[in-house]
Design a protein around this ligand. Sequence first.
Ligand SMILES: [Zn+2]
Length: 365
Amino acid sequence: MATVKKTYKCGIFKPTKYKEGLLEKEYNKVQEYTQLQDYEFLEITQNIKKQIYSATIQAIGKYSKPIYNKDYPMFLRNDTFKFEVSKTKHFDYWFRCPVKGKRGGIWLPVKTYNIDLTNCKLKDSKIVKKKSKKNRIYYELQLTVEKEFQPINTSNVLAIDLGERNMAVTVSTANNIPKFWGKDIRGIRRKYNYIRKHLGEKKLLKKIRDIGGKEKKIVKQRLEEIASEIVSLAVASNCAICVGDLKGIRNSAKGKGRRFNRVVSNMPYYELTQMLEYKAHWEGISVMKIPEGYTSKTCSRCGSLNTSRPSQARFKCKDCGLDFFSADANGCRNILKRSFSYIGNDGVFVDKPKTNQELEATSKI
Ligand SMILES: [Zn+2]
């Protein structure tokens, strides 16, 4: 049985001076130790080791990978900490963090969105140091939990096409109206490409790196939002999800000029698909990848390939006269249509497309 993972990010409230001191010390010692841990027999390493909670040292050994110019997360062994619902209004949970120097660890107040641990198993847990927008330092507990993927019954299908103008377009059998997502992402990328080029001329390499990190963060956050909203829509309208397979994208970007290629082929389609998949699976929603060959050239009304693109956005069918304002939405409708051949009589996705006869037998999904 497949499993799904989810990471909850929980901000740790500023605790009392005493607790904060213990947490800070433990965290800093972990940093010192991870930088020196290759020198296992060095006296100084052994000395630092003694100053860290023993199970936390074990957790370092288990996950250790060198990280340069960055803090190393303080991994916690799952059986050493505790998570309890708070009875006060000011924060949501108490979290017991194991540290050296205090038997039983320290209880820290934590704020997060609703954590649902039903049927879940704790996986990795770690504490990372963060900086708020106001440059305040705080600690965050990242709780990764795992559960089995249990598909729910769905009566509709939501198709997602990763578009050229919009990051994604969706159409569902619950509501045939196309919805567009993430048009701003191309803009964000374009803006940062421009800044990069400008800085490149001045050879400001460090700044270019910093900006790359900032862009990544902004884009990732937007993708998370888009994926969450699409999955919420699927949940609300009782839809399974089918998404156009990525392979077609790069082909359709060919021959449209260097600038267009750079923007499109660097679009984070893969990341978005990944996020969609794990967020959907968490909710028990199946995701099927549909081959998308010709979906951008086929008329979604009559199926003809005798079509044209008067502009990058518009789509025209020379056979039935369909004149659609959005070529992306036309592609998405084709993916939705194509998905029907991947749905079994019980409403569950099947791996191989059905034959035409089988399709006719199941006139409705
Ligand atoms: Zn047509």
